[in-house]
Design a protein around this ligand. Structure first.
Ligand SMILES: Nc1ncnc2c1ncn2[C@@H]1O[C@H](COP(=O)(O)OP(=O)(O)OP(=O)(O)O)[C@@H](O)[C@H]1O
Ligand SMILES: [Mg+2]
Length: 261
């Protein structure tokens, strides 16, 4: 199988993108898949999922990270670091990513720069999956992430504001296909679900009825084990393997892999 690149996008902040990206990646790696995670956000949350703060800041300030590669338009291979887990590598981010849109603005074919930086890695076939964590925006940098991806998965929090603007975002993703014809919209995964609430059930019904948009079967429930795992710089699938969240994220990784076939 060729390398499949999946990005995790939603312009709504705090919808579970980074948590989902880190845990789906870690669960895939536990199943023997070779996975490269790309931290596309200046908040460095994907990097913090695997390394302690001092190490993440050191990588962010070094000359080997996503910002350095993208602004220099160079291959990303030398920016890859191994995480503490087998089969799982990471391209760390930088706080300087806050200015990436400005840096890219004058560049020729600016929407395709990340795609070019990933070209050699994809063609080498080293990885089964490349997973990219996007920031909570829909600007030119996220467009770069979408143009570099084969699939986009949208984590959604089942809350009133989590639902707000969702249809517009899917319209935007459809428009992006003009620039990125390879892009498939995998669908929505509901995160941080409190399944006891009537509001949750109502939201699930609304999401199921969204025209032409798949609602994934796996639901990630709210669980403080996730916060403890992040406090410990570990994905929950490694931090507490027997936890409900670890099981849910393993199920989600299986569902995602199936949808990529
Ligand atoms: N299933 C869960 N149960 C409890 N807390 C969760 C769960 N998933 C995520 N969280 C918490 O919710 C917050 C937001 O999650 P996360 O950072 O993954 O979202 P995000 O979409 O990446 O945010 P941003 O838009 O800022 O990048 C984090 O503090 C995280 O610890
Ligand atoms: Mg995030």
């Amino acid at each position: 199988m060729n390398t499949v690149t999946i990005c995790f996008t939603n312009n709504k902040g705090g919808s579970g993108k980074s948590t989902t990206c880190s845990n789906v990646g870690a669960a895939m790696a536990r199943m023997g898949k070779k996975v490269l995670l790309v931290d596309g956000d200046m908040q460095l949350n994907l990097s913090l999922s695997f390394f302690p703060e001092e190490e993440v800041l050191r990588m962010a300030k070094s000359d080997k990270n996503l910002y350095q590669a993208v602004t220099k338009q160079r291959d990303l291979t030398d920016d890859i670091v191994h995480t503490p887990y087998p089969n799982l590598d990471l391209v760390p981010s930088s706080i300087l990513m806050s200015s990436i849109e400005y840096e890219l603005f004058t560049k020729w074919q600016r929407e395709f720069i990340l795609k070019k930086c990933l070209k050699n890695i994809r063609e080498s076939g080293t990885y089964d999956f490349i997973l990219i964590d996007a920031p909570p925006t829909l600007g030119g940098w996220v467009l770069n992430i979408l143009c570099a991806s084969d699939q986009v998965l949208v984590p959604v929090e089942a809350s009133p504001w989590g639902m707000f603007g969702l249809a517009n975002m899917f319209d935007f993703l459809e428009e992006v296909k003009e620039l990125a014809p390879q892009l498939r919209v995998m669908g929505i995964v509901v995160t941080k679900a409190d399944v006891r609430k009537t509001y949750f059930r109502q939201t699930m019904e609304t999401l199921k009825e969204m025209d032409g948009i798949r609602l994934l079967d796996t639901v990630i429930r709210v669980d403080s084990t996730i916060e403890w795992s992040q406090d410990n710089s570990e994905p929950v699938v490694e931090f507490r393997k027997s936890s409900r969240s670890a099981k849910e994220y393993t199920e989600l990784a299986e569902e995602v892999m199936k949808l990529c076939q």
